[in-house]
Design a protein around this ligand. Structure first.
Ligand SMILES: Nc1ncnc2c1ncn2[C@@H]1O[C@H](COP(=O)(O)OP(=O)(O)OP(=O)(O)O)[C@@H](O)[C@H]1O
Ligand SMILES: [Mg+2]
Length: 345
């Protein structure tokens, strides 16, 4: 993914973006907490997440393994195991997701919100052709006939640039290559023209050249269709290439959010700085890569104060006392760190 590394963060100061910024956000999340409860322990996977997503906006969630990225995404669709304890407010397109009935949730998942995963095999049933599965989704959620569903599947395969679409529609999932299967999953996700696309590391299982093709396709489709997208990745290069805004997650919290340009150029949270210094994409050219010492906290026993404090070179006594409140360090750039102002650039 090296050729993504030098790309300038996208600037999108269009009138549409300005209008979107003032309009009601498509997604509004406040105080989101998710805990997995078992007899042995309670794992606080998401520990107080707040964010808005404007219409037509792409937000990338960046963070290391176990920081709660996937659980946050699944919570938005209420796709969590029964034993997960969910708290907070989630609203999508003005609807209170926490209050939706099972049938309203299933409608929302099919029509308004779609999700693409790292491994497309989980999205498809191995015993039906991919074309039949897309057609079936269109029939079920859009009230169309089988013939209309098949026509839509064909159009979607054109949209996601699958060559020989008619032949590929008849293929079973295992007959497609990894890249084609990922394109077919994007087609399935777009089948009912969702307003919100959740993409959870959709390219990590693919080789580098196919990853770039899929990323560019997703960005093109997002612009053409005007969708809002939340994209999860742990790759800074991917994040800068695809997103308008960035949210850096650590130990179940969004510790820094802002436009890609602001966060990449002026990272304010010591964790964001460490993360950027530790990646080929984020470190300044010629600089040595530095690993962040230590490891994330055990979320079955989260610390009382800032979860990054034990690894942070700037930590003071106050960091250990209470979770840091959000601080706006620049317009729209919010950091949960009481040392944000003190941190050297
Ligand atoms: N079904 C589950 N039951 C119990 N714990 C879970 C479950 N799903 C996730 N967790 C825990 O929640 C925490 C957050 O997991 P999550 O999958 O959101 O991480 P992630 O940021 O997506 O990581 P990765 O980059 O590895 O995908 C982890 O500690 C994980 O072990
Ligand atoms: Mg994940």
């Amino acid at each position: 993914m090296n050729d993504l590394a030098l790309a300038e963060p996208p600037v999108k100061a269009s009138a549409a973006a300005a209008a979107a910024a003032t309009a009601e956000p498509l997604v509004r999340v406040r105080g989101l907490k998710v805990a997995f409860v078992s007899r042995e322990a309670t794992v606080q996977a998401v520990n107080g997440v707040d964010f808005d997503l404007a219409r037509g906006e792409v937000l990338t969630i960046l963070g290391e393994s176990g920081s709660g990225k996937s659980v946050t995404m699944r919570a938005l669709m209420r796709l969590l195991p029964q034993r997960a304890r969910l708290e907070g407010e989630i609203s999508v397109d003005g609807r209170d997701v926490m209050q939706l009935s099972p049938s309203a949730l299933s409608d929302m998942r099919g029509q308004d919100v779609a999700m693409i995963f790292q491994e497309p095999m989980v999205a498809f049933d191995p015993v039906f052709s991919v074309g039949a599965q897309i057609a079936e989704t269109v029939e079920r959620h859009m009230g169309k006939s089988r013939a209309e569903g098949l026509k839509r599947a064909r159009d979607l395969f054109d949209l996601v640039q699958i060559p020989s679409p008619q032949r590929r529609l008849a293929a079973y999932p295992h007959e497609l290559s990894g890249g084609m299967r990922q394109r077919a999953m994007i087609a399935l996700a777009l089948a009912c023209s969702p307003k919100l696309l959740l993409a959870d590391e959709p390219t990590t299982a693919l080789d580098a050249t196919v990853q770039i093709q899929i990323l560019l396709l997703l960005r093109q489709l997002q612009r053409e269709l005007g969708m809002s997208v939340i994209f999860v990745t742990h790759d800074v290069g991917v994040a800068t290439e695809i997103a308008d805004r960035l949210a850096v997650m650590y130990a179940g919290r969004m510790v820094e959010t802002g436009t890609v340009r602001d966060v990449i150029r002026s990272p304010s949270h010591p964790y964001t700085r460490g993360l950027l210094r530790s990646t080929v994409h984020g470190a300044s050219r010629g600089a040595r890569l530095e690993a962040i010492p230590g490891s994330p906290p055990d979320m079955s026993n989260p610390p009382k104060g800032c979860p990054f404090a034990p690894r942070c070179g700037l930590a003071i006594a106050g960091c250990l006392e209470a979770p840091p409140p959000p601080v706006e360090v620049a317009a729209g750039q919010i950091v949960r760190c009481i040392r944000a102002g003190a941190a050297p650039a």
